[in-house]
Design a protein around this ligand. Structure first.
Ligand code: PMP
Length: 319
């Protein structure tokens, strides 16, 4: 009991070090500037009031973008998704796609981010504090920070370990499932915490029908015995920008993609599994519950192809 509590604490501390910005300060205490409603603010002054609709009622949408070698990968797609997510929650971001793109680039330049992560976030403000939010103004802020890898390098080479979550992705008629909406991440945090408490890296989430959906922050691909790439139909979760990129890369390699309903028991015939996401990039999965997989050829091809298409510096470039 005591040993497992100590092991968990050590793992949590290590994970904190890995997932923080490389600095041991909390995210509200870093140095730099944050783009906030059209102005550049010192990082520590980019506050919202405690009586903010977005905080109480999850009227908040966001994006996660990566800059590689000084260029934000698929910036316009992320900006368009941000605008679409806000519309799905019934509000308009008061900036055009061009203005948002420009602000993302500016915040990277001002903070000297060459390889990093960009986080635009839009939310309803404080004019009304109740379920109805008709009069609330809409805010937009954009932060950027250096960010190496979402999972530890060791987990990435061996394949990460997933545990199936008890929580399910909701049906499309119960939530705006295609929006990158803050409220939807409540289920993800619960699921990820439960997986981490059992020593896993992340959770595999099923959808409301019991079909395989995704992990808590990335889409999933499965190589079955037939050397084809199977992936769930994104009808109740984000059709990730990385997912679409990887589908194109696989097609270029002549690998057939099958989008279909996949049941968890089918993992018994899977040989390779990997996740895709802006933060996760292409991350091999070594284990889901009692099923084990190898980091095989198709996964390795797609890791390399993805690194190349995003413009990542390879070890040879760095050399
Ligand atoms: N699903 C969820 C729940 C996510 O948070 C993400 C990351 N945005 C993804 C999938 C992958 O999306 P993308 O490839 O656009 O980053």
């Amino acid at each position: 009991m005591l040993t497992s509590a100590i092991t968990l604490s050590v793992k949590l501390i290590l994970r904190k070090i890995i997932t923080m910005s490389g600095d041991d300060k909390a995210f509200d205490s870093l140095e730099g500037e944050i783009w906030f409603d059209g102005k550049m603010l010192p990082w520590v002054e980019a506050d919202v009031h405690v009586l903010t609709h977005g905080l109480h009622y999850a009227s908040c949408v966001f994006e996660g973008e990566r800059s590689y070698n000084g260029k934000i990968f698929k910036l316009r797609e992320h900006t368009e998704r941000l605008i679409m997510s806000a519309n799905a929650l019934g509000f308009e971001i008061p900036y055009s796609a061009d203005e948002i793109d420009e602000a993302c680039v500016k915040i990277c330049n001002v903070n000297g981010i060459v390889d990093g992560y960009i986080r635009p976030v839009a939310w309803r403000g404080s004019e009304m504090m109740g379920v109805s939010a008709q009069a609330n103004t809409i805010h937009l802020a954009i932060a950027a920070w250096p960010w190496p890898s979402y999972f530890s390098p060791e987990a990435r080479t061996k394949g990460i370990r997933l545990k199936t979550a008890e929580w399910r992705r909701p049906a499309p008629n119960t939530a705006p499932v295609h929006a990158k909406a803050a409220g939807l991440y409540m289920i993800c945090t619960l699921s990820k915490h439960a997986a981490e408490a059992d020593g896993y890296d992340d959770a595999l989430m099923l959808d409301w029908r019991g079909q395989i959906a995704e992990s808590t922050g990335a889409n999933i691909f499965i190589v079955m015995g037939d050397d084809r790439l199977h992936t769930p139909i994104p009808d109740c979760f984000l059709d990730g920008i990385t997912r679409k990129t990887v589908c194109e890369l696989a097609k270029k390699r002549g690998i057939e993609i099958i989008e279909r309903a996949i049941m968890p028991a089918e993992l018994g015939s899977a040989t390779e599994v990997f996740l895709t996401g802006t933060a996760a990039e292409v991350t091999p999965v070594g284990e889901i519950d009692n099923y084990k997989f190898t980091v095989g050829e198709i996964t390795r091809f797609l890791i390399d192809d993805y690194d190349r298409v995003v413009g990542k510096k390879t070890t040879a470039d760095a050399g």
